[in-house]
Write a protein that binds this ligand. Structure first.
Ligand code: NAD
Ligand code: DAU
Length: 355
């Protein structure tokens, strides 16, 4: 038995591959294009482990995916591969459409061809799990109820629109062809191996260098934070017990204003790596993200009630683990801050200097 994972060298994908092999012991074929966000160093602890087979390639390359499916005969596909950063989608949306929409379509077509030809027992057991985001639901007002699986889609950024399009394709492949799909829509993840373009690892990396901590707009936007290990356990639960064609929202029940997240980080770093005057002094308000969603919140009652899943970490325990991981892995941070990273930081923050 083998599963095929796409995007398994990225942040959540790599955490999932490590978690899967530790928890299930089942072999993984890991397909990743190794964009700026993909990093084989995330999987270094699996070096020499025969349960992990890495294959560099693009989910949009039909012949490549067909060959992998034929060779490895997976019993399931877990699809993480995507362009994932909202600010990059605002600067350059084309790659988001290419990978998130066209790539997902190509992957679905390849999987449909493979699945259709399977014998009945394998066909019935096969699963295609699509990893998506809460951003497809748009933005919430302060008093709105949290996103549920029946909330209407209203994506606001090129990133979330491309993910919404991919979710619709996955849904249609179940409805039209009977492909045995499952979809998860998860809130903001944080934890080890997250690329320091995203809020939490960017703030940790900047704080450790004594650089400004750039808070967009008024810093009162709200996200629902989930430790990445809890996202991995949710995906395992949905893959094992989810009802075919169903969507499961996944969240940490941890709504926080961005500014409160940054304050919590500063206070943690003050304890772990004290600096003169404290880290909060580094906070700098910068120009807001265009079309910035104000609030996300997840109603996770379905996955809890049907599958018995709930997060193991609170925001406090997850953040403490995360900060400790970044402090203990300065080499990893230094390695990912390559030329491409520096170019991105200059591009994204140069035009935000006016707060
Ligand atoms: P990431 O950007 O860290 O990793 C994405 C990975 O996909 C990288 O390894 C990259 O090399 C690979 N990839 C990109 N284009 C590819 C292509 N065409 N073919 C093959 N591989 C390709 O992203 P992440 O934060 O780990 O997110 C993973 C998935 O989870 C995404 O689908 C994202 O939409 C979803 N998600 C993320 C979050 C979050 O908070 N990060 C929350 C909910 C859902
Ligand atoms: O909600 C799930 C989504 O969470 C995922 O689908 C995306 O892949 C993931 O990137 C994340 O999107 P966000 O836009 O919410 O995450 P990001 O870390 O980019 O930003 C979190 C919040 O912090 C957001 O309100 C913008 C703000 N922010 C971000 C950066 C990078 C700042 O204030 N300053 C910053 O420098």
């Amino acid at each position: 038995m083998t599963i095929l994972v796409t995007g398994g060298a990225g942040f959540i994908g790599a955490n999932f591959v490590l978690d899967w092999i530790a928890a299930e012991g089942e072999p993984v074929v890991n397909v990743d294009k190794l964009t700026y966000a993909g990093n084989l160093a995330n999987l270094a602890s699996l070096s020499g482990d025969k349960r992990h087979a890495f294959s560099r390639g693009d989910i949009g390359d039909r012949a490549f995916i067909d060959a992998l499916l034929a060779q490895h005969q997976p019993r399931a596909v877990v699809h993480f591969a995507a362009e994932s950063h909202v600010d990059r989608s605002i600067h350059a949306p084309g790659e988001f459409i290419q990978t998130n929409v066209v790539g997902t379509f190509t992957l679905l077509e390849a999987v449909r061809g493979f699945w259709t030809a399977l014998a009945d027992d394998r066909k019935a057991a096969f699963r295609y799990l699509h990893v998506s985001t809460d951003e497809v639901y748009g933005t919430l007002g302060a008093d709105d109820p949290a996103f549920s699986e029946t909330t209407a889609y209203a994506p606001n950024s090129p990133y979330s629109a491309s993910k919404a399009a991919s979710d619709h394709l996955v849904r249609a492949y179940h409805h039209t062809y009977g492909l045995p799909v499952l979809t998860t829509n998860c809130s903001n993840n944080y934890g080890p191996y997250q690329f320091p373009e995203k809020l939490i690892p960017l703030m940790i990396a900047n704080a450790l260098e004594g650089k400004p901590l750039p808070v967009y707009g008024d810093g009162k936007q709200i996200r629902d934070w989930l430790y990445v290990g809890d996202h991995c356990s949710a995906i395992r639960a949905v893959l094992a017990k989810g009802r075919l064609g169903e969507v499961y929202n996944v969240g940490g029940n941890a709504e926080m204003k961005n500014l409160d997240v940054v304050h919590a980080l500063c206070d943690t770093l003050d304890r772990e790596r004290p600096r003169d005057g404290g880290h909060r002094k580094l906070i700098t308000y910068v120009k807001d993200r265009p079309g910035h969603d104000r609030r996300y919140a997840i109603d996770a009652r379905k996955i809890r009630g049907e599958l018995g899943w709930s997060p193991s970490e609170t925001f406090e325990t997850g953040l403490a683990k995360t900060v400790r991981w970044y402090l203990g892995n300065a080499d990893w941070v230094a390695q990912v801050k390559s030329g491409e990273y520096r170019r991105w930081i200059e591009k994204n923050y140069a035009e935000r200097s006016a707060g």
